[in-house]
Design a protein around this ligand. Structure first.
Ligand code: ZN
Length: 51
């Protein structure tokens, strides 16, 4: 399984990098691990890592 090492903010006018190893929220679900990252611009990017 490849983990995303380079995350960028999903906001259209923002291309900041997000620290993949330090999500604001990490939550395990049956579909995988959901992580939420809060950018300095205020946008929240959510990723799902499938096991
Ligand atoms: Zn941003």
């Amino acid at each position: 399984m490849l983990e995303e090492l380079t995350l960028t903010c999903e906001a259209a006018d923002c291309d900041r990098r997000l620290a993949a190893e330090s999500p604001a929220i990490a939550m395990s679900t049956p579909d995988g691990t959901r992580r939420a990252y809060e950018c300095d611009c205020g946008a929240v990017t959510i990723t799902v890592l499938r096991e």
